[in-house]
Write a protein that binds this ligand. Structure first.
Ligand SMILES: [Zn+2]
Ligand SMILES: [Zn+2]
Length: 135
């Protein structure tokens, strides 16, 4: 069964099938600025299992090789691609239509940029990171 997600206004939507390749919280500076949040929660899906189903998102090249996609109407961040990961697309767990399909098992990435540990914000960073994702 297809799993679906969408932006705030619903213009950009996507679906994928099968299991996620991985799931992780990223604390890198680009993700913090991209979402105006202390961290964001990602998952990776194989390109062949994924498709956009609504309006195509706009793309912003946030660093060499990196493309961040967002809704051109409401601005919601919707996806991430990087030349380092040519076979998968990265999606925001928060954009899923039914977050209950999302596993609660996460890895931690970009933790060198973690600002949650200042104690000012809630931070899930309790283990060392195992994967580079950003910027
Ligand atoms: Zn939108
Ligand atoms: Zn990041």
């Amino acid at each position: 069964m297809a799993k679906r997600g969408k932006c705030l206004c619903g213009a950009v939507s996507f679906e994928f099938s099968g299991a996620e390749n991985w799931r992780g919280h990223c604390h890198c500076e680009s993700c913090r600025r991209n979402t105006s949040s202390p961290f964001t929660t990602w998952f990776g899906v194989p390109n062949e299992a994924f498709s956009f189903t609504g309006k195509m998102p706009k793309t912003y090249a946030s660093s060499p090789g990196a493309r961040r996609m967002f809704c051109g109407d409401c601005g919601t961040p919707i996806a991430f691609e990087h030349d380092k990961f040519p076979h998968e697309i990265h999606l925001y767990a928060a954009s899923l239509e039914d977050p209950r399909i999302f596993s609660r098992i996460f890895i931690l990435i970009g933790t060198s940029g973690c600002i949650g540990c200042s104690g000012a914000m809630v931070c899930p960073n309790t283990r060392p990171h195992r994967l580079e994702h950003g910027p």
